[in-house]
Design a protein. Structure first.
Ligand code: GDP
Ligand code: MG
Length: 711
């Protein structure tokens, strides 16, 4: 067993004690440095075939002998005979740390530089080229993360190697001073060497530098060498004359200059630049006056792109689906299975799949905001607005996502630290009108407010936000009372987005939407179809079949083309009438009639009521249910519009219906997400609360509309 001694030096808070503990474990003893009340810790470690004695030096910023700590540290390195000095450097604070490190190196012992806090440096975008430092100084450099015990083995390997194999007088490239000072050092070195005066175990050059600095301890050691002190005195005067400054200050400046050079060589400045550029961008984007309008513009642009760009793939999917429907229609013989497949599965999934492009684009935009770093700025800007609700800017991110789909939005509340904030945000997010509700608005507003559907839709979104604000205030002052604790919004530097990670982010969230479509919506569509398809044997109010048969006979006899067309039209109307009565008498129709009284004061009749109930599965289903119930053949928006118009629905009841769709219980998947992120009780609360709010506001809209004679 061979034995070596390692001294650990470093700035306070560089992680020295942490590394000392990593190296020694419980194997420590604590005492005092001789003569002073500075704590001295020693410990033992074993690595490969070495017994290692480790001494934790006091943390200091320099080795100028001003404080007891500095003296103790320097004395131990000089006279305690450590085989190697391991100097711990805070890598996130390289420049300051190197000041001490370079002084340690100047003492001439074998040294290892440890770049600790490597994780912090990395997270701040500081990248340090260890090999470059090593090459510049001829000192081995290793990285560690002290609090994770990373790099400890490499540290020991390197330290042993340096202690055992490096000659103690290995040629280091130490600090180079300015020319005049180097000249002075040279003449003092010459004087010391000529008479072999150097203090034991110390490099000659170091003696000279300390004398020139006027280090009182070292100068004291030479008090019996008046000739040397005279040479030193002359040099000091020269330096003072030249620089008009105390020699110690001049030497310190030179050291910092040298260190700045190392940092420039070894630290990548591209990150620094990035931070500077970020600051410039922020001058505009988070500007007190410009910031908000720019933010509103981005949000507006996001929705614009989502819906205008999304319209193209929407059409492709639409025509693709109708081609598929027509193909299956002609390819499959009539059966229950066929009806289920076409009217249930395909129609249900299709009415949702159509919105996939919108969802993808919206989530792409949100990923873009997040990846570039703009989302943090948006949260920062929204901070003041969010305080209206008793939340802070961070809650804005889930809420914004809520416009896409509430499910990932509720899940995103996880990033909030405070539990009450999390609950409140999760409860308010469903008032952000998700994209599933949009088709309902598009069709109803398009049908009943053809002059200005856009304004109506905008007002609905806005109503959702207002309801969220009021609800937030209400909950904050009751069940979720709490302080909105001040916090620091982190503003990471802007980054150029990478397409791959944008796509991954987009996909991660869209996946939730697709899962919902594949599972919940599929099952929901099948159930609704079944309920509207059965019972099979219905007592019709008149014999439609006979009527249709009769018309067909008439058609064969018809002479002119216009006569044939007229009969065709009558057949179509009669079969539609039959279908409507079918649905009214089906199970779902009966359910609708039962719940009608609940919706009656809102001006919502039974078919829409059923659609609302089925919308609990997923709000996308509202439209497809309406399609089934209003007797529309394929899921064609135009057909549904005319069916709605002829159904007796008025603009006012349509408005009431839209308000209800906006506010009532979010879909099952969202309720489950709220449950998972908060608790069953809060999920249940949300169920009742949203229904009450929806009913109340729809009632207000419908009844006050009637009062003023609208619709
Ligand atoms: P000393 O003053 O040099 O003895 O520093 P300590 O060992 O007491 O460490 C100061 C703090 O920094 C402690 O909270 C450590 O957990 C932490 N720390 C030490 N090394 C690292 C590191 O590599 N990364 C990070 N993030 N923290 C560290
Ligand atoms: Mg310590």
């Amino acid at each position: 067993m061979k034995s070596i001694t390692i001294a650990l030096s470093g700035n306070p808070n560089s992680g020295k004690t942490t590394i000392f503990n990593n190296l020694t474990g419980a194997n420590q003893k604590v005492g005092n440095w001789p003569g002073v009340t500075v704590e001295k810790k020693e410990g033992k470690a074993r690595h490969k075939d070495y017994d290692i004695n480790i001494v934790d030096l006091p943390g200091t910023y320099s080795l100028t002998p001003f404080s007891a700590e500095e003296i103790a540290a320097r004395d131990f390195i000089l006279t305690g005979d450590p085989d190697v000095v391991v100097n711990i450097i805070d890598a996130s604070n390289l420049e300051r740390s190197l000041y001490l490190a370079m002084q340690v190196a100047e003492l001439g012992r074998p040294v290892v530089f440890v770049l600790n806090m490597a994780d912090v440096a990395r997270s701040r975008g500081i990248s340090i080229d260890a090999e470059q430092i090593c090459a510049l100084l001829n000192i081995p450099v290793v990285f560690t993360v002290g609090n994770k015990n990373q790099g400890t083995d490499i540290l020991l390997d390197t330290a042993i190697n340096e202690a055992v194999f490096a000659s103690k007088n290995k040629k280091r490239r130490g600090i180079k001073y300015s020319q005049e000072i180097e000249k002075c050092i040279e003449s003092v070195v010459h004087e010391i060497e000529a008479r072999n005066l150097a203090l034991p175990e110390t490099p000659v050059r170091w003696n000279a530098v300390k004398l020139l600095e006027g280090d009182r301890i070292i100068t004291g050691e030479f008090e019996n060498e008046p000739h040397l002190l005279e040479v030193v005195g002359k040099c000091r005067n020269r330096i003072e004359d030249l620089f008009q400054e105390d020699p110690e200050m001049v030497l310190t400046d030179d050291r910092y200059g040298f260190i700045a050079g190392i940092v420039k060589e070894a630290v990548s400045i591209s990150n620094k630049k990035r931070i500077d550029i970020s600051r410039d961008i922020d001058l505009v984007l988070t500007n007190r006056i410009l910031g908000f309008p720019i933010f509103i513009f981005f949000i507006w642009a996001m929705f614009q792109i989502t819906f205008s760009l999304g319209a193209y793939p929407m059409e492709w999917i639409d025509s693709g689906l109708s081609i598929l429907t027509r193909f299956l229609d002609s390819a499959i013989a009539p059966s229950y299975f066929k009806d289920l497949l076409l009217d249930g599965v395909l129609a249900g999934i299709g009415s949702v799949a159509i919105f996939l492009p919108n969802i993808l684009i919206l989530f792409f935009c949100i990923a873009l905001f997040e990846d570039t770093g703009y989302m943090a700025r948006a949260a920062f800007l929204m901070d003041r607005v969010m305080h209206l609700v008793g939340l802070h800017g961070k809650s804005f991110i889930p809420m914004l996502m809520g416009f896409g789909c509430n499910v990932p939005a509720v899940m995103a509340t996880r990033t909030l630290e405070n539990k009450k904030d999390r609950i409140l945000t999760a409860l308010l997010t469903p008032f952000m009108s998700c994209s599933a509700r949009l088709p309902v608005y598009v069709i109803l507003a398009g049908t009943f407010f053809p002059q200005n559907p856009g304004t109506i839709i905008f007002l609905l979104y806005f109503t959702g936000i207002i309801v969220a604000v009021i609800s937030g205030k209400l909950l904050r002052s009751t069940a979720l009372k709490g302080e909105d604790a001040p916090f620091v919004m982190e503003l990471p530097p802007y980054r150029a987005p990478m397409l791959k990670s944008l796509l991954i982010h987009m996909w991660d969230r869209s996946k939730m939407f697709l899962k919902k479509m594949g599972g919940v919506i599929l099952v929901g569509s099948i159930i609704i179809w079944t309920l509207s398809y059965f019972p099979k044997d219905i007592d019709y109010s008149k014999d439609y079949s006979a009527g249709i048969r009769q018309l067909k006979i008439e058609k064969e006899k018809a002479g002119t083309l216009s006569e044939t067309e007229e009969i065709n039209e009558r057949i179509y109307r009669l079969s539609k009438e039959k279908k409507t009565e079918r649905v009214a008498k089906s199970y779902i129709g009966r359910i609708g009639k039962t719940i009608e009284p609940f919706f009656d004061p809102l001006g919502i009749e039974w078919r829409s009521s059923v659609a609302l109930i089925t919308g609990l599965v997923a709000k996308e289903i509202v439209i497809s249910t309406m399609g089934v119930l209003y007797g529309v053949e394929n899921q064609n928006a135009n057909a549904l519009e005319s069916a709605l118009k002829s159904s007796g629905m008025t603009p006012l009841s349509a408005l009431s219906l839209m308000v209800f769709v906006l506010l009532y219980i979010p879909c099952t998947a969202t309720i489950i997400a709220i449950w998972k992120e908060t608790s069953g009780r809060w999920a249940l609360f949300n169920l009742f609360y949203t229904t009450a709010v929806a009913w109340g506001l729809s009632f207000l809209v419908y009844q006050s509309g009637r009062l003023i004679g609208f619709g």
